[in-house]
Design a protein around this ligand. Sequence first.
Ligand SMILES: Nc1nc2c(ncn2[C@@H]2O[C@H](COP(=O)(O)OP(=O)(O)OP(=O)(O)O)[C@@H](O)[C@H]2O)c(=O)[nH]1
Ligand SMILES: [Mg+2]
Length: 409
Amino acid sequence: MALSPEMRAAVAQQARAELVVGIPSYRNAATIGHVARVAAEGLQKHFPGARAVIVNADGGSNDGTSDRVRAEANGVPAIAGRYEGPSGKGSAFRAIFEAVGILGARACAVVDSDLRSITPEWIERLMGPVVRGEAEYVTPLYARHKYDGTITNTIAYPLTRALYGARVRQPIGGEFGFHAKLARVFVDQPVWETDVARFGIDIFMTTTALVRGAKVAQAFLGAKIHDPKDPGADLGPMFTQVVGTILALARRNTDIWSGVKGSRDIPVIGEISVVEPEPVNASVPLLVEKFREGAAEQVRSWNEVFSAATRGYIAAKTAAAGHAKAVDGRVWAKAVYEVVAAAKDRDDTEGLARALLPLYYGRVAALIGEVEGLDQAGAERVVEQQALVFEQTKPYLLERWSVGESSPR
Ligand SMILES: Nc1nc2c(ncn2[C@@H]2O[C@H](COP(=O)(O)OP(=O)(O)OP(=O)(O)O)[C@@H](O)[C@H]2O)c(=O)[nH]1
Ligand SMILES: [Mg+2]
């Protein structure tokens, strides 16, 4: 149970609602008021006859985050308070899913609390398809700066696409719409003491929707502008939580992904237009340094996880000078699959994700070089090309996986 007794009581006091907008937060007082105001406006403008509730599940902020939500909800009932359980975005979502169940709602949209570019139309695009019965799970599609979303671009997108065969471009975008039936499925999974309670939540939701055969659509939302993070400086824990969760889910769903070849398009709602996102900083020297440092730390676990070819490549790269330390897309795809295959007989998926982290830094450094000087469309082609490499390399995963079956390594 993630709803605190106080929040549960506040939810139970509400009349039945059809729609819920959920906002997870932790110390977002500077930005969450705007998000709550725009969400309320979207509900009033696009779903005027429907009863809706805004639920803010907070991680114990002491900066007045929840007060901002109450103050800005503009007549839409708002429940704002602390969730219970492990600290993290996923626990906040769990509380929101529980509220959806208690309120008897039909559809829910979740939006991050650090968004600056949210408009009332986002609420319509995310929830409208669910309300109209056109989709059960809606992922966002937005223009992000070419240095933003590096976990998405290097692994969450290409690996989800290759494993489950669906071209969901932003599987961990942060904004989603879904049917209450799926909220129920999410709540019922025994994952709430794992990294799903933290930043594993987004990939858990998307993967669960895909393996359950939910009808998925992508909502075009324009530009995503939020509190940006430098991929070298900020993203280590998020990477291990997201990738650890991908690995844990891959172990459980072998019978589904092993039969998938190629990938299918996922329909897009709303017209895609060109928008210029705000630039995000990325420090290549920092990435290269972290690659080298991490390689030194991980030697022991790398012997257990990676093939001799991959280890040889890494050794050569980390010895090379400066920018030459970058990791090539083909080697990256194989290394990722070696880690997926290693998850077959290892429970410690987070440890495996940590083993991959230095290579991720090396891969991001390379990707930054590959897209430097390209416009958004050009950068997008590079990401697509890499995703295709993941699809083409998938037989290598199947091979490593079944080798593990007959002879323990
Ligand atoms: N309740 C709660 N919410 C959190 C926690 N950490 C993050 N969040 C919320 O989750 C949302 C996404 O967090 P961000 O830190 O913006 O992460 P992100 O935008 O997915 O990551 P990047 O795309 O890499 O920038 C925001 O609404 C945060 O307030 C937490 O520990 N507890
Ligand atoms: Mg953010």
